[in-house]
Design a protein around this ligand. Structure first.
Ligand code: SF4
Length: 355
């Protein structure tokens, strides 16, 4: 993906020190407090796609929802197109939200199963733009054609479409109000690989045509690879690595990113076979995270300092930042290739390495 297509102006989306805290009521016990998103900062330029990757429970979907103010934000700031969302409420927030849309993994989240897709796409146009029913229907047909569907689809119901077609309808509905920014939350994760590619190509075409910016959330680095200009990796509510997609895929700096990448199969039979790093153990309980570095309970390089102190985000040579003490306390290991990782002392390794 060409970096030159991205606007060099101020970022369209500017998120600083975002924190989301959920309190869960428990019977006969103290209420459980979960810091689902911790000190997340990110920027997305106009026309840029930022991939956001992490395991289930890492906080990536909550981050997407918090940016759109769909869940309560404990602290931090979010501005979109220069407008501070945190200070907006009621009608002003609703007005600002038309500029931002969300596409979900399950299109039924945004499509009423009892309404025709024409009615679902027309609804925001009639409510927000005060369009007549006739004009809204005409626009719905244009939007369906824009996403590769036909006029004859306008009177059909969501259940009459395949998964990929339904996701196209959800994209058409998201585009109805001409947004600048779309959060795609696992938008292609439920589709088969060939349909995933078609929907990703469609999203990419729309981005290039309309200068859209995406936060593209997925649990799999392979999915975000071809659509992202930059990639951020989340672990236990924090961004632990961010950088240009090319650098992340060719030279991942964080041991967790290295493990995620090692799980992606190589398409070419001629490339040297990668050694797979199997992550042992589960993601720790977000309500009871480890002290210091959140990845320390699964990291092969854990050092004393990792238990004591959360590593700061540190700039790295080939672009982006990483939160790992190896960057400062263990430079001899930083940037090691996956092959070198596998030769580290087995006594220290908590990640299995497979050929
Ligand atoms: Fe591993 Fe320590 Fe780096 Fe965390 S800070 S990823 S525990 S080496």
């Amino acid at each position: 993906m060409s970096e030159t297509e991205i606007s060099a102006e101020a970022p369209l989306v500017d998120v600083r020190d975002l924190n989301v805290i959920f309190e869960k009521k428990q019977m006969f016990q103290k209420d459980r407090v979960v810091r689902a998103v911790k000190d997340v900062s990110l920027q997305i330029g106009k026309g840029e796609t930022l991939g956001l990757v992490g395991e289930t429970g890492s906080g990536k979907s909550t981050t997407g929802r918090a940016i759109l103010k769909l869940v309560p934000v404990a602290s931090g700031s979010v501005s979109v197109a220069g407008r501070d969302l945190m200070s907006l409420k009621g009608a002003k927030l609703r007005k600002a939200r038309r500029n931002m849309q969300m596409i979900f993994q399950d299109p039924y989240s945004s499509l009423d199963p009892s309404a025709t897709v024409g009615a679902s796409i027309s609804e925001p146009l009639m409510v927000h733009d005060k369009m007549s029913a006739k004009d809204a229907r005409k626009r719905a047909v244009e939007l369906l054609e824009l996403v590769g569907l036909r006029e004859s689809h306008v009177n059909r119901y969501p259940y009459e479409f395949s998964g990929g077609q339904r996701q196209r309808v959800a994209i058409a509905r998201a585009l109805a109000l001409n947004p600048d920014f779309i959060v795609c939350d696992e938008a292609v994760s439920a589709l088969d690989v060939s349909t995933q590619n078609q929907v990703i190509n469609l999203l990419e075409k729309l981005r290039a045509e309309f200068g859209l910016s995406y936060l593209f959330i997925a649990h799999d680095l392979a999915i975000v690879r071809h659509i992202s200009h930059r990639v951020a990796v989340m672990y236990l509510g924090r961004i632990i690595e961010i950088g240009p997609a090319e650098r992340i895929y060719n030279k991942p700096a964080h041991p967790y990113t290295q493990a995620l990448l090692s799980a992606i199969p190589d398409a070419s039979p001629y490339r040297e076979k990668k050694k797979r790093i199997l992550l042992k153990g589960e993601l720790p309980d977000p309500g009871n995270p480890p002290s210091g570095c959140p990845f320390r309970t699964r990291c092969p390089y854990v050092m004393d300092i990792c238990k004591e102190r959360m590593p700061d985000m540190t700039p790295i040579d080939d672009g982006g930042e990483v939160a790992c003490h190896l960057q400062t306390a263990g430079p001899q290991l930083a940037g090691s290739s996956l092959g070198e990782l596998s030769s580290t002392s087995p006594a220290k390794i908590k990640l299995g390495v497979q050929k």
